[in-house]
Design a protein around this ligand. Structure first.
Ligand code: EPZ
Length: 417
């Protein structure tokens, strides 16, 4: 396992180009299997989760040609199996998108249960409910999700809980079904909309993505497309928060500001100055952050994937802050790590009570998951002294060129194998 060695207490300044959205790319890669024609995907982030997904896709007999670091051409006309049992799937969450795609295209799938960040119970009951509503027989047996159907018949599905994964997976299964499928109480995240737009670019008939109801009219087949993935909302938010925690001046480029509204609102609450351009956002960090309260919510609310980063920033705010994590039930594992830096944080069920301190002090810590790892890096860059953060492989799952992008902003960071 590798570590970062960070010398903190520096204001970070400059520009950072945001990469393609990991959580859109993962659904889009599975969606590419729904046609036998060439699918060209641009602006795909070169991160571990994506590369694992591509390796698993190749293992199915699907041709994957890497045009360049961020562009792939996928063709699944020679796909040789609908059994996806690659052990690498234990390391990522999005393996379950193979179920929706293979069920949608081949009416059968057997996929190893997903892994992914340990941020609480991550059931897939809503995915199975959706597939069964489409008249598939979907169930979990041993370590696999298994499903088959004679025909997939459109149906009305209500998601009890807003779920990004279930929304995307049911779209994948329904777009080649017979008739009309309505999914209610869907996730509206930018990456969900991007997968819907990608499927429509292949000839699917999906309406309402980004609203509470998605309506899918099944079509006979899907065709080739050339599609560019949207910028990563969470990567952008991470660098915006970095400017706040280091009282720096950072411009995130190649973003869609509309996707960042909840983050901009909170950073303004905390006393930072934010300037919004057409495809960039500049955050001028305040010397001292103001305390605030935040509750994570499905989009367009404040993203759970930025909860660790903003909580660590509030640990050096002036005053007391309250954070409610309403999406996952165990997304505070980083708190014990940042307490080593002097943060004063109390966990009460799904709520953090933070008492702001003057400054954090460098310490030896361990990343516990992707976004928590990023939050510890942000904290170390702000803290006095030197920090060592172990298990940074978690961070490499979702942040392209993380170390280099930070160095270009003036960070004193180096990787130790
Ligand atoms: C996606 O996970 C993202 N991962 C997560 O990002 C993100 O935190 C999450 O959406 C919420 O935005 C990917 O896109 C690969 P959910 P997902 O289904 O789809 C419950 C990152 O850092 N639920 O929206 O697994 C679930 O327990 C990762 O990039 C059910 O109850 O999340 C949770 O409480 C971490 N039954 C809530 O819904 C189900 O069948 C939201 O989960 C499915 C979910």
């Amino acid at each position: 396992m590798s570590s970062y060695i960070i010398n903190g207490n520096k204001k970070l300044n400059g520009e950072v180009k945001i990469s393609g959205a990991k959580n859109a790319a993962l659904g889009i890669l599975a969606a590419a299997l729904l046609t036998d024609e060439d699918v060209t995907i641009e602006n795909i982030p070169d991160v571990r989760d994506i590369n694992i997904m591509l390796e698993v896709i190749m293992g199915l007999g699907v041709s994957v040609s890497r045009v360049d670091r961020n562009t792939v051409i996928i063709n699944s006309k020679n796909m040789k199996t609908t059994v996806v049992d690659d052990m690498k799937l234990r390391n990522i969450r999005a393996g379950y998108y193979f179920v929706g795609a293979l069920l949608g295209k081949c009416k059968s799938a057997k996929v190893r249960l997903p892994g992914g960040c340990d941020i609480g119970a991550r059931p897939i009951d809503l995915h199975l409910k959706g597939f069964n509503s489409l008249k598939a027989n979907a169930y979990i047996e041993d370590d696999f999700i298994i499903t088959q159907a004679d025909e997939l018949i459109g149906s009305n599905i209500y998601l009890d809980v807003v779920s990004v994964g279930a929304t995307i997976n049911i779209m994948l299964a329904a777009c080649l079904s017979q008739g009309i499928t309505t999914i209610e109480n869907v996730a509206k995240e930018p990456h969900v909309v991007d997968v819907a737009n990608f499927l429509n670019s292949m000839g699917a008939n999906i309406k309402g993505a980004g609203t509470d109801i998605i309506k899918i009219k099944g079509v006979k087949s899907l065709h080739s497309t050339n599609y560019s993935i949207i910028p990563d909302q969470i990567e952008a938010g991470t660098y915006m928060i970095l400017s706040a925690i280091t009282a720096g001046d950072i411009t995130v480029k190649n973003v869609i500001p509309k996707h960042l509204e909840s983050i901009i609102a909170k950073l303004l609450d905390m006393g930072n100055n934010v300037i919004v351009y057409d495809e960039a956002v500049r955050v001028i960090g305040n010397e001292k952050q103001f305390a605030t309260s935040i509750k994570t919510m499905p989009y367009p609310g404040f993203p759970t994937d930025l909860q660790p980063q903003i909580s660590c920033t509030l640990s050096i705010a002036k005053g007391d802050s309250v954070i409610v994590e309403s999406i996952f039930d165990n997304r505070f594992k980083y708190v014990n790590e940042i307490k080593k830096m002097g943060a004063v944080i109390e966990i009460n069920s799904n709520t953090l009570n933070i008492v702001g301190v003057e400054k954090l002090n460098g310490s030896n810590m361990t990343a516990t998951d992707l976004r928590a790892g990023a939050a510890l890096v942000l904290s170390a860059l702000s803290a006095k002294g030197t920090s060592k953060i172990a298990n940074i492989e978690y961070i490499e799952r979702g942040y392209e060129d993380f170390e280099n992008k930070l160095k270009e902003l003036g960070a004193d960071i180096k990787k130790e194998e």
